[in-house]
Design a protein around this ligand. Structure first.
Ligand code: UD1
Ligand code: CA
Length: 450
């Protein structure tokens, strides 16, 4: 069955107390909105329509950064969830498959749950995702008759009896798109909030003799974020779950609660992650790699047998091939370290290629930026870069070449050549002792005269 997504993201999120639109607050490195889009993406939707309102420009940028084919429609006045869904009508004109409504501030609904809703939609006209709430608070309540969902009643409009129901509405709804917009046309706003409730489509469908049903999921999946406190809870919940999955998948986390993962972090079996490692977006760690304590990684790829850290920083575009080594206080950006290459101490390698088994001495810097443009450094296989070498890019160091410690290298070095670019050493015999005696005499004289 073909699917399209409608993601509601127009709300202001007043309780976040923020300049940033609520759905753009990040969890595990990505905006909440992207988590919702990613869950829906596994259904391979024909269209993804994001309904934006507050901060529509920023919301559009974030949505299209994740999925450039996403359509963003703007709901300029927030008149309720049915009114929000109605804004997607034109974007979905001609689409007659199943529309799934998600909330941009409810990031954890799983792909499996959405699949289950799609299956249920084969046997029912409207499918609502419900959950047994530990504390039902102000959620809408699902009024069931056996397996048939009769209607949804919002907390504000509910009787005492209805408020006693603990099966609540998550907000996620699946319905044939044509039918959905047709039902929405019939939704009014005569209720306690004066809003157009999407939830009213259930009662409307039933009154037309159509079938409605509920699929249920764990309450953790329906966690909505309305405040900074809930954002922190959501982050903690994400991290706990992501760590547990990695451990289950055969990754060693020595102190799981100190390791922070991104939404898309991939770590292979038998990788070892020491304490206090932070993964930003876009990291893949292959099986058996070793990430040592206090390292920070983003947008990088670490191959088998490679060792990173302690205290290393891998920035976007860092690519470590098998058995490469990056040691303490080393920063790598947009650079390949070929097999077995080593950068063990206190170095910056940016916009570079480091050949297989090359050894980069402590304190080496690729001077990649001239203030206007970035330039590339090539270091050949088996090259040996002496400690504290400045490699002024663009520059090409041949295979097997060496540079002397402290050199400032400004022109290319031939393979197997030794390049020295520093002031020659001058030695003055006995001068150290003479100098010391002179200084001591001077000190003694000033002390006598005072
Ligand atoms: C809604 C449901 C309620 C459910 C709860 C789950 C309705 C009428 N009620 O209530 O049954 O238990 O979610 O969290 O649907 N939004 C817009 N435009 C609008 C209004 C809302 O884009 O005009 C977006 C919000 O940004 C938010 C989502 O829709 O992401 C839900 O809106 P919200 O006002 O939070 O609905 P609730 O009152 O929580
Ligand atoms: Ca809400």
């Amino acid at each position: 069955m073909k699917t399209s997504l409608i993601i509601l993201a127009a709300g202001k999120g007043t309780r976040m107390n923020s300049e940033l639109p609520k759905v753009l607050h990040p969890i595990a490195g990505d905006p909440m909105l992207v988590h919702a889009m990613a869950a829906g993406a596994t259904l391979e939707p024909v269209h993804t329509v994001v309904v934006a309102g507050h901060g529509a420009e920023e919301v559009t940028a974030a949505a299209q950064d994740y999925d450039e084919t996403a359509t963003v429609v703007v709901q300029s006045e927030q008149l309720g969830t049915a009114h929000a869904v109605a804004q997607a009508r034109d974007a979905l004109s001609g689409f007659d498959g199943t529309a799934i409504v998600l909330y941009g501030d409810t990031p954890f609904v799983s792909s499996e749950t959405l699949e289950e809703m799609m299956s249920a939609a084969e046997g029912a006209d409207v499918v609502v995702l419900g959950f047994e709430a530990a504390d039902p608070e102000r959620y809408g309540r699902l009024v069931m008759d056996g397996t048939s969902l009769e209607r949804i009643v919002e907390f504000k409009d509910a009787s005492e009896e209805e408020r006693a129901i603990t099966l609540c509405n998550s907000g996620v709804i699946a319905c044939n798109a044509t039918l959905l917009f047709d039902l929405i046309d019939a939704v009014g706003n005569e209720n306690a909030s004066g809003e157009y409730y999407l939830t009213d489509i259930v009662g409307l469908a039933r009154s037309r003799g159509l079938k409605a049903t509920a699929v249920t999921c764990d309450e953790a999946e329906t966690l909505g974020v309305n405040s900074r406190a809930q954002l922190a809870e959501a982050e903690a919940a994400f991290q706990a779950r992501a760590r547990a999955i990695l451990i289950e998948d055969g990754v060693t986390l020595q102190a799981p609660e100190t390791v922070f993962l991104a939404r898309d972090t991939v770590i292979g079996r038998d990788a070892l992650i020491e304490p206090n490692v932070v993964f930003g977006a876009g990291v893949t760690i292959e099986s058996g790699a070793h990430i040592r304590a206090f390292s920070h990684l983003e947008g990088c790829h670490v191959s088998r047998g490679a060792v990173v850290g302690p205290y290393a920083r891998l920035r976007p575009g860092a690519e470590l091939e098998e058995n490469a080594k990056v040691g303490n206080f080393v920063e790598i950006k947009n650079a390949v370290l070929a097999e077995g290459a080593k950068v063990n101490h206190l170095s910056y390698i940016g916009d570079a290629f480091v050949g297989a088994h090359a050894n980069i001495g402590a304190g080496t810097i690729t001077c990649n930026y001239d203030g206007v443009m970035k330039h590339h450094t090539h270091i050949g296989a088996n090259a040996f870069i002496g400690s504290n070498t400045m490699l002024v890019a663009p520059i090409h160091i041949g295979d097997g070449a060496m540079t002397g410690s402290g050199s400032v290298i400004t022109s290319d070095v031939e393979p197997d050549a030794l390049a020295l670019a520093r002031a020659p050493q001058v030695e003055k015999p006995g001068m150290a002792r003479k100098l010391m005696e002179m200084l001591k005499a001077k000190k003694a004289k000033t002390q006598r005269s005072s």
